[in-house]
Design a binder for this molecule. Structure first.
Ligand SMILES: [Zn+2]
Ligand SMILES: [Zn+2]
Length: 230
């Protein structure tokens, strides 16, 4: 009985987005979503901001946000815009612990990494310990493990210190808070170029704080990959 339930958890029989039964469930890319939903899932393509990777609508080169501020990372890229099917997908992965989606998302990350920033080591953004205790797993680490199995070098260089809740703060306060929350693990050596990875890119405070810590530690170039950005 327990084995059956575990199998269902690892290889779910229903689409996480619409709930329709899956005919050929399995961990391979495509088989974790029904055909209809995988067809509607649109990765970010076309013109994007040169710094943060957001899709551009009428701007050229840089988005409005990146015209007003600079980032400590050199460029960022996200697989999806955080809405519609992509938001449901990331939500299912992040909040409803659809563990089976880790392989699907890792495949998507691998393809983007190999085409844009090939051969660079990956540095995962560390999760909050409390969240791991609450939810029982670290979704960025689950993704990192799968990328590692595909041959990517993963360097767990950063650590997360306990800090206050981010949600109710303005951007500057968030940046300041995040800066205190992430640091390089003592004694670690930082490569000169690397890709920081996280699940969602929202205000950018976390990515900025981690990139700053890595640059202070000796990185010359820090790129940032997120599953989705809003
Ligand atoms: Zn579906
Ligand atoms: Zn931008």
């Amino acid at each position: 009985m327990a084995i059956l339930r575990l199998a269902d958890y690892l290889f779910p029989r229903s689409c996480p987005l619409c709930g329709l039964p899956l005919l050929a469930p399995g961990p391979a890319a495509g088989a974790v979503l029904c055909e209809g939903c995988s067809g509607k899932l649109k990765p970010i393509q076309g013109e994007v901001c040169l710094r943060c990777g957001k899709p551009l609508i009428s701007e050229l080169g840089l988005c409005m946000r990146c015209r007003e501020r600079s980032w400590p990372f050199d460029a960022a890229m996200s697989l999806y815009s955080y809405r519609d099917e992509a938001a449901a997908l990331i939500g299912a992965y992040k909040f409803r612990s659809r563990f089976s989606l880790a392989s699907f998302l890792a495949e998507a990350c691998a393809a983007r990494l190999e085409s844009r920033w090939p051969g660079l080591p990956l540095v995962p953004v560390p999760f909050r310990r409390k969240k791991i205790v609450d939810k029982g797993w670290d979704q960025v680490e689950a993704l990192s493990k799968r990328l590692e199995a595909r041959g990517f070098q993963v360097l767990r260089l950063l650590e997360r210190l306990p800090s206050g809740e981010q949600k109710r703060l303005g951007l500057e306060a968030r940046l300041d808070n995040a800066r205190k929350a992430y640091r390089l693990k003592p004694g670690e050596t930082v490569p000169s170029a690397l890709v920081l990875i996280d699940d969602v890119f929202t205000t950018g405070a976390t990515a900025a704080a981690c990139a700053e810590a890595l640059k202070d530690g000796g990185a010359a170039t820090v790129y940032f990959l997120a599953l989705a950005s809003d």
